[in-house]
Write a new protein. Structure first.
Length: 456
């Protein structure tokens, strides 16, 4: 099979105009391999290549291109070629492209569709954004429960070519209500005269067209399916969703969560495709908010100014204290956010989370406190930097670390649950946000403990 090593040969054939040879070479390749070969070409040459490719292959290759590359390619194509591509595309992939384009561009492209494809496109675009209706395709095979297996196979031969998949067949009544699904394997292994109704088990899993896309990810994982039917509020079968589309959703959601965990707004485009101004805007907002939060750290230290004047040594351990609390909070937040996303933790589990994190925070705080105590003790054997009361300083650090780390784990674990409870994205309570919160409150805990152990 051809690969990237033939990139120079591909360009040479294009420049020489040997289109027949190029068409013959590419038509036996898989679409993803063709995409790898053309991704380095300028959009004008890519548009030329698409005119050479067979129509069906061109549509398949176009579907594998990133959305931003699809947009660039459309600008370099003629209207007739665009119409051919759009009409050949799978409805779900076409919807993904149309919803990313400006409204005026979408209207112009819709005008290029055939009446049948236009009806499908408008139907899919009519569903709410982020709903599974935007991801489904209307190309599927449905059968009647009263058909014989032989008739089902004849129906598949006649209509299965344009279906997204024929691994699963959908059994519907006269009004197209979904009543069951059945694997093609069961039809093939049954006697030809067997009635479909006799093979039904009346157990199937479906999605509603208005369901959130994340719901589909959960359902595919829970039931280990490669395709699921989509029904409307009345139980009518309106489409199917395949696992490749759900994997795209999972990747998008994971990317969004990772961006939020890093303390920035989620990017809509890949890193290098995002405009510099957009990148700055999406990062600046959170940075300013976090900076304003950190200003409270100075306020907290000013409140304990007299304590610091009496025991200057306390200031030496401020970075140690606040970083330990922030780190423990970030750990807990990351664990709970991921557990919520995977369905391992629900809002009803909040008390179990508190109980578990209290024990964890106490243990982690004691471990870090012991390390800090040991460090001060060893240092004091060779230095007077911690003064004559180094032992009390060591105990202060030990107890302060227990308190700050305990608070950090509790704050980090409960904030995502609180965000979930109020209907916000738990990832919004990102690690930097938790760290900023714990930094400020950690100082209060630290100096409060110090005022009891050292100032009395």
């Amino acid at each position: 099979m051809l690969g990237k090593l033939l990139q120079p040969e591909l360009e040479e054939l294009l420049h020489k105009g040997e289109y027949a040879t190029l068409r013959e070479t590419l038509q036996d390749m898989d679409p993803p391999d063709v995409v790898e070969m053309i991704e380095e070409l300028p959009s004008t040459e890519t548009a030329l290549l698409f005119r050479i490719l067979p129509r069906t292959l061109a549509a398949d290759v176009f579907e594998y291109l990133p959305l931003e590359d699809q947009d660039e390619l459309l600008k370099a194509m003629g209207q007739e070629q665009i119409a051919s591509l759009l009409n050949e595309m799978d409805p779900d992939d076409r919807t993904a492209l149309l919803e990313e384009l400006p409204a005026e561009v979408t209207r112009r492209l819709l005008a290029l569709l055939s009446p049948e494809e236009l009806l499908v496109a408008k139907q899919l675009l009519g569903y709410p954004e982020e709903s599974i209706g935007r991801r489904m395709t209307t190309d599927y095979v449905s059968i009647s429960p009263d058909w014989t297996c032989d008739r089902v196979l004849a129906h598949i031969r006649a209509h299965g070519k344009d279906s997204e998949t024929i691994n699963v067949l959908y059994i519907v009544d006269a009004k197209n209500h979904l009543i069951d699904d059945i694997r093609l394997r069961e039809i093939l292994l049954a006697p030809p005269e067997r009635i479909v109704r006799d093979l039904m088990d009346h157990t199937f899993v479906s999605l509603r067209a208005t369901d959130d896309q994340e719901t589909a990810v959960t359902m595919f994982k829970k039931y280990d399916r490669v395709v699921l039917p989509v029904i409307d509020s009345g139980g009518v079968l309106v489409g199917i969703v395949t696992v490749d589309d759900v994997l795209d959703v999972a990747e998008e959601e994971a990317t969004e969560d990772i961006h939020k965990l890093g303390g920035l707004e989620a990017l809509d485009l890949p890193y290098f495709s995002t405009h510099l101004g957009t990148m700055i805007r999406k990062r600046a907002g959170w940075l300013v908010l976090l900076f304003l939060g950190e200003l409270l750290t100075a306020t907290a230290m000013g409140f304990f100014e007299k304590e610091i004047e009496k025991m200057v040594v306390l200031a030496l351990f401020v970075p140690l204290i606040i970083s330990s609390g922030g780190n423990s909070g970030s750990q807990a937040a990351s664990l709970i956010i991921r557990a919520l996303a995977l369905g391992e933790v629900t809002l009803a589990d909040w008390w179990r989370v508190v109980h578990r994190e209290v024990l964890t925070g106490l243990a982690l705080g004691a471990i870090l406190g012991a390390v800090g105590f040991l460090r001060i003790s060893i240092w004091s054997a060779f230095s007077t930097i911690y003064g004559a009361h180094w032992l009390m300083v060591a105990f202060t650090i030990w107890f302060a670390l227990i308190g700050v780390v305990l608070w950090g784990t509790l704050a980090g674990s409960l904030l995502p649950l609180i965000m979930k409870r109020v209907g916000a994205d738990p990832a919004t309570s990102s690690a930097p946000f938790v760290a900023t919160l714990v930094d400020v409150t950690g100082l209060v805990i630290y100096f409060s403990i110090a005022s009891v152990t050292l100032m009395r």
